[in-house]
Design a protein around this ligand. Sequence first.
Ligand SMILES: CC(C)C(=O)C(=O)O
Length: 416
Amino acid sequence: MGMTFPAGHKPRFSNFSIDGVLDETLREGAERCMFSIPTIDKLPLIRSIMKSGVRDLVFGSGPDDPDDLAAVLARLEGEHTIDGQKFSFILLLNCFEPLMVQFERFPEALRRHVTISFGMITHDSEHDLFEKTVDRFRRLGFDSLRVSLLNNFGGEIGEAAYANITRQIDRSRALGIETVRINDSLGTIYPEAMAVLAANLRHDYPETNFCLHAHNDRGFGLQNALASIYHGFNLIEGGFAEFGNRSGLPAIELLCKIFAEKNIHITGGDLNDETVSETARLAEETFLLVPSLFRPASGHIVDCENMGVTNIPDYLGASSASRYFLNRIGLHMPTLERLFHDLGVNDQGSISEMATGFRDHLEGLMHEVTVRKAFEYRALRRMVETFYDDDVLFSDRVYTMARQFLDGRGARPVAA
Ligand SMILES: CC(C)C(=O)C(=O)O
């Protein structure tokens, strides 16, 4: 049965504060990128994320990430930019053991900048693996701990799914872990269900820090993240340029705009509107992504608008375009007449005659340019398709290579 709002629940839609923004660009960016970007190449992005006002960066979950994180922290410490910053490592309980050696040698003085976020905490529960692992990290001096609760939500949340979440929260709280990420791991929850879930969790755990890891598979990532804070969560999570696995996570640059419009503040300091879009574009560059053209807020040409008279935002007095362009659909006579008027021609007869001649000239030019651009576009498109296919280690290729590797070693697979 679907859940309902707790009695007396009151949402908040504007004029409030939350306690922080978690950024997943680095980890999910690395996970989504089909190529293996070295950490050193991510440093400019890391600096830019910090400059944008994000203080909680999810660094990684990969097999080299603990050592790489130590190296990055040492470098940032040398640059005197590390104070007040936290970097988290997502520790998945089904594969963490080989990484322990890196945490054991992690420089002690840098451990205070690290949060360990335990994922898959139900793994090997019969042997209390979660409890034992938390204890091991505490003994190593990692004091900042949180949990990431993975979920396969579908549509609404029933009582059983809710009980599954609360059992994991109770286990975490019993260990003194009070920050809980609720992961919509497959991006399938609907905003109305998210609202009810957030309201119930806030009601049942008034002291716990909650945030939603909101994947965008149904296009609801941003809406779900907002629903989570409207209904009680006190942290929010996203990625610059919507970085996140598959269709991504809420764009931090967009959250920044929405927060400004709705007067939603972040305890400890708001995001820096001037650097967020730059950071989003740098994230694309870092992870070798073809630039998104029309992504809200940070798309490469999202600020360009048609200069024709039918321009709707202009008509509504709402245009925020920084550049205007002209094409055939905008080639209205009044647009061209206004042009000559702006250039100082005052006689209406001359204006009309010039506008007609100029329109004919532009039409010819537009046709010529479009024929060339259509040709170039096809080549560009082929390049993009090849770029994200050639040399990518798709699983079938990995199997083929593994077979070849086995053959090369003269080994024969043993029948199961
Ligand atoms: C592994 C976890 C943290 C995750 O990314 C997810 O649930 O989507």
